[in-house]
Design a protein around this ligand. Structure first.
Ligand SMILES: Nc1ncnc2c1ncn2[C@@H]1O[C@H](COP(=O)(O)OP(=O)(O)O)[C@@H](O)[C@H]1O
Ligand SMILES: [Mg+2]
Length: 413
């Protein structure tokens, strides 16, 4: 009989990849979303890949869990996947209620809330920056000092994503503004999911940044790739690009993978995928920044497919259905994505010169002349992307740098 999978919010980059993977596997894809989001954001080609929709209100997570439990039982759903980080706890709790493959429901919230995550990391000796939390910036400053954490201090919201509200604060006088920014989003737009506005202060880790993409089957940890991440380096940390594979000495790569295994195990991840962000300091030591119990965004699954031939979206679906995915690399190549941003906020007047050729995997512009554009302080301010392939990481990085240099973006303030 045809298997059925429920995708929690497929209107995100990874959702599209998962819908395509479901179609390729001959699995019926059901989607859980809000009526308004479905009406406004789902393109016809996405809708064509969907067998049925469970409308619910994720703004009330407990009620959504009840709705979706009833929907899955009524429709005989065989597996549940989270496409969007904000719904990973609901996905984990739902799978557990239904007795389907998933992660430890007791630790579901710790995969989303950075305060709980820091507690799990500390309890399981995961190498991670020291962390304090507080309701206001005065208390945060006091707790950071008591914990021996000086400046620069990373201030962030405990429950946001995409670098929203994250500031690297260099002195006490900049703390109030950073705290205000971190607490400014109280609900996630589109679904109105309530966000805990507790402030988090964290020891700053200087170094290079990487992510590890992992598939877990019955608690067995399979790391597919290490991605090198490029970010802005001022007070904000927006991601500006990714390359698979990361160029790392073998010993450092091994240390990054060991730390990632510790982190995903500490969070009770068992059946599904994980996206782990790790910084490596000048001595080659890894520090885990965060784990998401969800597929990577930013087209990283496409980079992995180009670089290794492994289909992570397919692997996630099979794992959620209780089957064993094929995780054997088919080749060793490389791929890179870079995000196009405006030099400053204003009105876009020109965006031209996207690359063409056999080495180009894809390009796209989200904004066009006449559109308002923002400062590139978080990941939502991008105006487009380019993705290229190469025989190895150095070649992919070189091609990406050349392509980015050839692009003209002009803004009038
Ligand atoms: N403790 C830290 N030390 C250094 N950089 C950090 C630290 N925490 C976060 N950052 C930087 O800020 C970015 C966003 O922070 P992160 O904790 O990953 O939040 P989000 O959930 O928004 O992605 C990271 O990718 C990293 O570049
Ligand atoms: Mg992050």
């Amino acid at each position: 009989m045809t298997k059925k999978i429920l995708l929690l919010e497929a209107w995100v980059a990874a959702g599209e990849d998962l819908l395509r993977a479901a179609a390729a596997l001959g699995v019926e894809a059901y989607v859980a979303t809000h009526e308004d989001v479905y009406a406004t954001h789902y393109r016809p080609d996405l809708k064509e890949m969907i067998s049925g929709v469970a409308f619910t209100d994720f703004g009330d997570p407990a009620a959504a869990l009840d709705d979706l439990t009833a929907f899955c039982r009524a429709n005989g759903v065989d597996g549940v996947v989270a496409c969007w980080e904000f719904l990973s706890p609901v996905a984990t709790l739902l799978a557990a209620r239904l007795g389907l493959p998933g992660h430890d429901p007791v630790r579901a919230a710790a995969c989303r809330n950075k305060r709980l995550m820091a507690e799990m990391f500390a309890a399981h000796d995961v190498p991670a920056p020291r962390t304090v939390t507080a309701a206001d910036h005065h208390t945060l400053a006091r707790r950071a000092e008591a914990a021996g954490i000086g400046f620069p201090l990373v201030v962030k919201p405990v429950e946001n994503a995409a670098s929203i509200g994250v500031t690297v604060v260099s002195s006490a006088e900049d703390l109030p503004a950073a705290a205000r920014l971190a607490a400014s989003e109280t609900h996630k737009p589109s679904h109105g999911i309530p966000l805990d506005t507790t402030l988090l202060g964290q020891e700053y880790v200087d170094g290079d940044e990487f992510s590890v993409e992992t598939v877990l089957t019955r608690g067995e940890v399979h790391h597919l790739a290490v991605t090198e991440k490029f970010t802005t380096r001022d007070t904000s940390r927006a991601e500006t690009g990714h390359t698979v594979p990361a160029q790392l000495p073998p010993g450092v790569r091994a240390a990054v993978l060991t730390a990632t295994t510790q982190a995903v195990t500490a969070l009770g991840l068992r059946d599904g995928v994980a996206h782990t962000e790790v910084k490596v300091d000048s001595r080659g030591r890894p520090h885990v920044i965060e784990v998401g119990a969800r597929p990577p965004g930013d087209n990283i699954m496409k980079l992995i497919a180009e670089a290794t031939g492994i289909d992570q979206a397919r692997a996630y679906l099979l794992t959620a259905l209780g089957e064993r995915p094929d995780l054997v690399p088919r080749h060793e190549r490389a791929a890179a994505i870079r995000f196009i941003t405006a030099p400053c906020a204003g009105t876009l007047t020109r965006a031209e010169g996207l690359p063409q050729g056999d080495h180009v995997v894809s390009t796209g512009l989200l904004k066009h002349p006449g559109d308002a554009v923002g400062d590139p302080r978080d990941n939502l301010q991008r105006i487009g992307h380019l993705m290229v392939r190469g025989d190895n990481a150095a070649a992919a990085n070189k091609a990406a740098a050349e392509a980015l240099n050839a692009i003209t973006v002009e803004v009038s303030p």
